[in-house]
Design a protein around this ligand. Structure first.
Ligand code: TYM
Length: 333
């Protein structure tokens, strides 16, 4: 069966190993399967839910495209575009915000985390952000959405919105109800400083994450300083589950070497962290540095990146604006 894949990444700078292992690496695999139709979106409308410097935003949009391409997404096979250039996204988001219920949005844990204590000062956009995400997905009749574990709840909301719209207007199957594609083992990469916290671009300490623009020395230094516990490496999965930092580092190693947790535990069982960290640094440098080098090269080719976005937005606009036309008819405009 042909799969229609859609996913998005915010151009907020500092794309990191969590974005790569949790999402982008999977995009590349899906892009390489001829049976899939893939759309990858740089979600700049989502980015402005918190304030952005306009000049930096423009650079970050290009950097996100460069990261997609440097990681192995082929713009000839997949549509790559930025959300703001296809007005159907904003329009569908409005219509769907009249379908989504306050009660549903009030349950979103990411809003609670991002808004923090001072909820009153958060933008309305930050609150309604999952509705825009639902619009992104539903406009393309997407069947599968590859994301990291932190986006699972937003995808459930998207499914609820699709079903309610179909029911309310008695248009069975008009919006396809998408399936999340969340990897089993490496769907949540944690901070290098705290194995219980997600690796994130908003974390203050740069030592907590490997950025996709870090150089070799930075990667080696960050792994050297990564938090561990005083015991030798675990020998079983049960043992690993009780040790969050060890689990995270072994998980990163397993994902980078396309292996499993179980095999990686066997490889290092009973060894000390020093030895393991040397191996981990080596695979990180081998996998990440070629991407870093390619990103830097592509960033000097602004015209090329802009052309990809322009071509991509034309293709995306064709699909999305047709869907919006049909939505208009259904709603009664
Ligand atoms: P964003 O930009 O925060 O993250 C992009 C992707 O990276 C994944 N990710 C992680 N995966 C594993 N471990 C981590 N520590 C980690 N940190 C980030 C995210 O799960 C995501 O897949 N709302 C989305 C963007 C979006 C979208 C969409 C996604 C907008 N529209 C439509 C899918 C479909 C976001 O803010 O992702």
């Amino acid at each position: 069966m042909e799969k229609k894949i859609f996913s998005g990444v915010q151009p907020t700078g500092n794309l990191h190993l969590g974005n790569y292992l949790g999402a982008i690496k999977n995009f590349v695999k899906l892009n390489n399967n001829k049976e899939n139709k893939c759309v990858f979106c740089v979600v700049d409308l989502h980015a402005i839910t918190v304030s952005q410097d306009p000049k930096e935003l423009k650079n970050n949009i290009r950097e996100t495209v460069a990261t997609f391409i440097a990681s192995g997404i082929d713009p000839k096979k997949s549509i790559i575009f930025n959300q703001s250039q296809v007005s159907a996204h904003s329009e569908a988001a409005w219509i769907l915000s009249c379908i989504a219920r306050m009660g549903w949005l009030n349950r979103m844990t990411q809003f609670k985390e991002k808004a923090g204590k001072d909820k009153e000062k958060a933008s309305i956009g930050l609150y309604s952000y999952p509705i825009l995400m639902a619009a992104d997905i539903l406009l393309y009749d997407s069947t599968h959405v590859p994301v990291g574990d932190d986006q699972k709840q937003h995808l459930e909301l998207c499914r609820d919105i699709a079903q309610k719209f179909n029911n309310d207007f008695k248009v069975d199957d008009f919006f396809k109800v998408p399936e999340p594609l969340i990897q089993k083992e490496f769907s949540r990469i944690m901070s290098l400083k705290d194995g219980l916290k997600k690796m994130s671009k908003s974390e203050l300490s740069d030592l907590s994450r490997i950025n996709l623009t870090d150089d070799k020395d930075q990667i080696i230094n960050k792994i050297k300083k990564a938090k561990t516990d005083p015991l030798p490496l675990p020998t079983t999965i049960d043992d690993l589950d009780k040790r969050p930092e060890a689990k995270n580092l072994i998980g990163i190693y397993a994902s980078l070497t396309d292996s499993t947790l179980e095999k990686s535990i066997k490889e290092f069982s009973g060894k000390n962290f020093l030895e393991f960290k040397e191996n981990l640094s080596q695979v990180l440098v081998d996998k990440i540095i070629p991407i870093t080098v390619e990103i830097k090269k592509l960033l000097n080719e602004k015209k090329y990146l802009d052309t990809i976005l322009l071509e991509g937005s034309k293709k995306a606009d064709k699909i999305a604006s047709e869907k919006v036309k049909k939505i208009h008819e259904i709603v009664g405009f």
